[in-house]
Design a protein around this ligand. Sequence first.
Ligand SMILES: Cc1cc2nc3c(=O)[nH]c(=O)nc-3n(C[C@H](O)[C@H](O)[C@H](O)COP(=O)(O)OP(=O)(O)OC[C@H]3O[C@@H](n4cnc5c(N)ncnc54)[C@H](O)[C@@H]3O)c2cc1C
Ligand SMILES: CC(C)=CCC/C(C)=C/CC/C(C)=C/CSC[C@H](N)C(=O)O
Length: 477
Amino acid sequence: ELRAPPDKIAIIGAGIGGTSAAYYLRQKFGKDVKIDLFERGEVGGRLATMTVRGQEYEAGGSVIHPLNLHMKRFVKDLGLSTIQSSGGLMGVYNGETLVFEESSWFIINMFKLIWHYGFQSLRMHMWVEDILDKFMRIYRYQSHDYAFSSVEKLLHSLGGDEFLGMLNRTLLETLQKAGFSEKFLNEIVAPVMRVNYGQSMNINGFVGAVSLSSADSGLWAVEGGNKLVCSGLLRASKSNLISGSVMYIEEKTRTKHTGNPTKMYEVIYQIGSEIRSDVYDIVLVATPLNRKMSNITFLNFDPPIEEFHQYYQHIVTTLIKGQLNSTLFSSRALDKFDLSTILTTDNSDLFINSIGIVSSVTEKDNPQPLTDRGYVWKIFSQEILTKEQILKLFLSYDYAVKQSWLAYPHYKPPEKCPSIILHDRLYYLNGIECAASAMEMSAIAAHNAALLAYHRWNGHTDMIDQEDLYEKLKTEL
Ligand SMILES: Cc1cc2nc3c(=O)[nH]c(=O)nc-3n(C[C@H](O)[C@H](O)[C@H](O)COP(=O)(O)OP(=O)(O)OC[C@H]3O[C@@H](n4cnc5c(N)ncnc54)[C@H](O)[C@@H]3O)c2cc1C
Ligand SMILES: CC(C)=CCC/C(C)=C/CC/C(C)=C/CSC[C@H](N)C(=O)O
């Protein structure tokens, strides 16, 4: 019942979304389809490293959850190795003092948490676990080849109205309703949102839960850099990398070798000063669609493709090798200061969101000071740090590098996610970021888009937007 596979597929963007789409499209459509992957920057996109004194450190997407099964699978299939994220002790600074400090003794830590916040930390853990449990259903659905035509339908199939409700309410509203105290929210939850998404608790409840899951143990990264997954998937998918910038996509009618006039997509792109074009049966857009980030124009579509104006949050990653000025945070001298990560509260009025010691992408053990004059610290801030600000943070430093990002959507519930199907055979992956931006979310969107493109090409409508999948697959056991 299968139609002949398409001749050519284009994917725009070689981040984790685009490269995993290439991998899954190859699995579904087989070896004969030609897959072109367009990338105007570096393969990896928001997975990138920066170098300090000859060592590489993650500058963008850095930690992966132990239950992120697509990322786990890629690493295994590609023969890559992993590094466990080193714990270290965390403290929370409110602009005046450290309102919470972890202890290296598990039991003392427990007592501290209970003393400060009662059993809220445990309740929060259970709340996140319950959401993760439902979220994990996606792997079952995808392993049975089911696909969804919108982000909302995908989320509904996992967690029903509860998940859709989370998209439409702020994390603050959701957690207040669940009875968490102001103190716990301000001193623990808000700092986690600031380090992960550079935003307040006014982000949507779903991305809030994803963010809180990063407090689980067992986080990991890829040895050599997470971007190795992208270059590995590109190779494994036997796709053709075109290092150029896509400017326009236009619908065109072409006569194929069968002699039939066929609707196709012309992709017009720039390499250096040269403009080229090629036509494709299927196109997947794997980059956020907005003027600042991808600047792709859709020409002559009837009806026109909707314009996307999603605003992405500006975040700066700065890496500094130096000696922290611990007195900024505590009256203790540096030799008594054992925190390796400092988060900040929303009202801290500080020019940073967080600061923490980081390991290089090859360090298997706990981070080591590069010389006796200091560790490498990673700082997240809304704006580029001035020299005066760096000198406030460090007693001395001898190296600083920075990278500015349009990092993730500026979350503002209620969220209306962009469509996955932009046109007949034109698909958009990054709409999923409106629910939550993370490597695994891009991989899930990529697998879904590959399945959707495959089923729509072959007319398998029964594999798309099936309701009650959880119950159906349960009885299939
Ligand atoms: C600072 C930071 C920290 C993060 N930390 C984590 C983390 O710890 N864990 C986690 O899971 N996630 C994290 N994330 C989020 C994660 O990195 C992203 O969700 C994920 O990498 C997005 O991948 P993507 O492939 O969808 O998009 P991208 O990586 O943005 O890929 C899109 C690609 O398309 C290319 N492109 C754009 N326009 C065009 C065009 N016109 N023509 C050709 N190519 C084009 C771009 O150059 C880019 O390479 C972090 C992100 C940032 C910025
Ligand atoms: C998608 C699911 C279920 C889980 C992903 C959990 C996760 C790893 C979230 C992190 C998201 C994120 C944007 C983190 C940014 S900062 C990361 C880190 N603290 C750093 O210092 O770089």
